[in-house]
Ligand binder design. Structure first.
Ligand SMILES: Cc1cc2nc3c(=O)[nH]c(=O)nc-3n(C[C@H](O)[C@H](O)[C@H](O)COP(=O)(O)OP(=O)(O)OC[C@H]3O[C@@H](n4cnc5c(N)ncnc54)[C@H](O)[C@@H]3O)c2cc1C
Length: 464
C-alpha cells in the first residue's frame, strides 16, 4: 500500500467525493456531502457497512440538542468543551474541541432528521460529564445506529461499494488526491477518481504490529474493536507529509465480560458498583473512567477483575442491550449473600466481605477512599448481590491525522493538504496523548460531527 502518481491511474469512474470506510464517520460524511450536492462514493472493505460503530453502544454526546431542551437539561457547548478538556488535561487541540462542542447539537439534531431514532440517556452520568448529554437509539446499540445510517444512505441513492479495500491513493507532488485504487475479492483492482477524499477508515486497533510499536501497554488486553482497521489513514498520511498526533492514545475498557466478549457498561460503576481482583481487593479508583481502567485490570493477576454490585444496579443496567445479552449468556452471577456470590464467582469470601464493608463505609460517610474515589451518594449496596468476571479491553485507537475544525488534514507545517479530509478514528481525537483522556462519547462525537463537517466541506470544495 502506497501513494501512486495520477498518471498510473486508470479511472473507470470518477466522483466528486470518495470516502474510504463505511462506519459511522463514513456514512455521516456521505449523507452530508450528498445533501451539499456532491456525487459521493463510499468504499468499504467489508461485505456490509458496520465498522467499530456497529459494535459500539452508539451513544453520541451533544450539548444543546433539541432532545436536551425538551427535557429541560441545562447544558452548553462551553460546558461540554470544558468537560472534554478536563478529561484530556488540556492536552489536545482547543480549537477543535470548541468546534466539535458547538457543532455537536446540530449533528445530533441532523442525525435525527436523517431518520436515526435517538432519545436522551437521562438515567446516569458518565465519568467526566457534567450534564445528561448522551443520545442513543432505542436499545442503545451501534448496530441500530448503523442500521439507520445505512437506510438513510440507501434512501438517498448514495453509492456504496462494499468488498472494496482501498490499497493506494493517487496523489500529485502537491499532495492533491486524484483518486484511489481498491482491491476486489477476486484480486482485481479498480481505480476511482475523486475531487476530494475523506478518510473514514478509523485507526490501527486491528494492526498488531502498530499496536506493539505504539501502545505496548494494551497488547495484553482483549481486542474488542474492528479487525479491519489497519492504520491505513496513518500510513497514507505519513507519505503525504500530514501531521500525526497522539499516536499512543486509545479507548480502552475495564469491563469486558471475560470469555463472553460483552461490555459491561460503566453506569454500574458510576452508580455504586466496584471492582476487585482475584484476592478480593480493590485496586483503583474505577470511577475515573472506563478507558484507563483497562490497563488497571490488565495489571491484575490473570489480567482479570470482578465487577460487583447489587439488585438496584442490576435493574438500572437492563436499559442496555449489551447487559441483557450478558444475562442471557449467563455471564452475570447473583446470590442472596456475599459469601454465596463469592462461591459462584470463585473469589475469597472473607476478603470480599471486608471490601464490601469498606465500600459501604465510604458510601455512607461520603469520604474519598484510599484510591481517591468518592462513591455516589446512594444507599449502600444491599442483597441480593451480583458479580461478573471482566477483562481489560482495547476498543479503538485515538491518535491520527491532525485536522482543522472542518476535518481537513494538515501538513506538518500547519498548512492544509489541498483536498484530503479525515474524521472519526482516522483523525486525531480529542482525548489527549494516552488512555486516560478518553471522555465517554469522544469516539462517536468525532465520527459523526467530523463526518458531517468534512462531508459538507469536501462537497463545497469540489463545487468551488
Ligand atoms: C464496544 C464499543 C463500545 C463503544 N461505545 C461507544 C459509545 O457509546 N459512544 C462513543 O462515542 N463511542 C463508542 N465507541 C467508540 C466508537 O465506536 C468509535 O469511536 C467509532 O465507531 C469510530 O467510527 P469510525 O467511523 O471512525 O470507524 P469505524 O466505525 O470502525 O469504521 C471504519 C470503517 O472503515 C473500513 N476500512 C478500514 N480500512 C479500509 C480500507 N483500506 N478500505 C476500505 N474500508 C476500510 C472498516 O472496515 C470500517 O467499516 C465504542 C467502541 C466499542 C468497540
Amino acid at each position: 500500500m502506497t501513494l501512486l502518481t495520477p498518471d498510473q491511474a486508470a479511472f473507470e469512474v470518477s466522483v466528486d467525493v470518495a470516502i474510504v470506510g463505511g462506519g459511522g464517520c463514513g456514512l455521516s460524511a456521505a449523507l452530508a456531502a450528498h445533501q451539499a450536492g456532491a456525487e459521493v462514493l463510499v468504499l468499504e472493505r467489508d461485505p456490509s457497512t458496520l465498522g467499530t460503530t456497529a459494535m459500539s453502544t452508539g451513544l453520541i454526546p451533544a450539548a444543546g440538542s433539541r432532545l436536551q431542551k425538551a427535557a429541560s437539561i441545562d447544558d452548553s457547548p462551553s460546558q461540554f468543551a470544558n468537560d472534554i478538556l478536563a478529561k484530556a488535561k488540556g492536552q489536545t487541540d482547543l480549537d477543535v474541541v470548541a468546534a466539535l462542542a458547538v457543532e455537536s447539537a446540530a449533528t445530533v439534531d441532523w442525525l435525527a432528521d436523517c431518520g436515526v431514532p435517538l432519545s436522551l440517556v437521562d438515567s446516569f452520568l458518565y465519568p467526566g460529564h457534567t450534564a445528561m448529554r448522551m443520545h442513543g437509539t432505542p436499545n442503545r446499540t451501534g448496530a441500530e445506529l448503523m442500521g439507520s445510517l445505512s437506510q438513510a444512505t440507501e434512501r438517498a441513492h448514495i453509492g456504496v461499494l462494499t468488498e472494496a479495500t482501498v490499497t493506494d491513493l493517487f496523489a500529485d507532488n502537491n499532495g492533491r488526491i486524484h483518486g484511489v485504487r481498491c482491491r476486489r475479492p477476486d484480486g482485481s483492482h479498480e481505480d476511482v477518481g475523486c475531487g476530494a477524499l475523506i478518510l473514514a477508515c478509523c485507526g490501527f486497533a486491528g494492526n498488531a504490529q502498530m499496536l506493539s510499536e505504539y501502545i505496548p501497554e494494551i497488547v495484553a488486553a482483549e481486542f474488542f474493536g474492528h479487525p479491519g482497521n489497519k492504520g491505513d489513514a496513518i500510513r497514507w498520511g505519513r507519505e503525504l507529509g500530514a501531521a500525526i498526533e497522539d499516536i499512543h492514545s486509545y479507548q480502552g475498557h475495564g469491563g469486558l465480560a471475560a470469555g463472553y466478549g460483552i461490555p459491561i457498561l460503566w453506569p454500574v460503576i458510576m452508580e455504586g458498583g466496584f471492582q476487585v481482583n482475584a484476592d478480593g481487593k480493590r485496586f483503583s479508583d474505577e470511577s475515573k473512567g472506563y478507558s484507563e481502567q483497562a490497563v488497571e485490570v490488565v495489571a491484575q493477576p490473570g489480567h482479570v477483575a470482578w465487577t460487583l454490585y447489587d439488585e438496584r444496579l442490576h435493574q438500572l443496567m437492563q436499559e442496555f442491550d449489551d447487559y441483557r445479552d450478558a444475562i442471557e449468556a449467563k455471564a452475570i452471577r447473583n446470590a442472596a449473600t456475599v459469601p454465596e456470590l463469592c462461591e459462584a464467582l470463585g473469589l475469597p469470601s472473607a476478603a470480599v466481605e471486608a471490601t464490601f464493608a469498606e465500600v459501604a463505609h465510604a458510601t455512607t460517610q461520603q469520604e474519598s477512599d484510599s484510591f481517591g474515589r468518592r462513591f455516589a451518594k446512594r444507599s449502600p449496596l444491599s442483597a441480593p448481590f451480583y458479580g461478573v468476571k471482566v477483562a481489560g479491553a482495547l476498543f479503538h485507537t485515538q491518535g491520527g491525522l491532525v485536522v482543522d475544525r472542518f476535518g481537513q488534514v494538515k501538513r506538518q507545517d500547519g498548512t492544509l493538504l489541498p483536498n484530503l479530509f479525515a474524521g472519526g478514528g482516522a483523525a486525531r481525537g480529542v482525548s489527549g496523548p494516552s488512555c486516560w483522556g478518553y471522555l465517554a462519547g469522544n469516539g462517536l462525537l468525532t465520527a459523526t460531527t467530523f463526518g458531517r463537517l468534512a462531508g459538507t466541506a469536501a462537497a463545497k470544495l469540489t463545487q468551488d
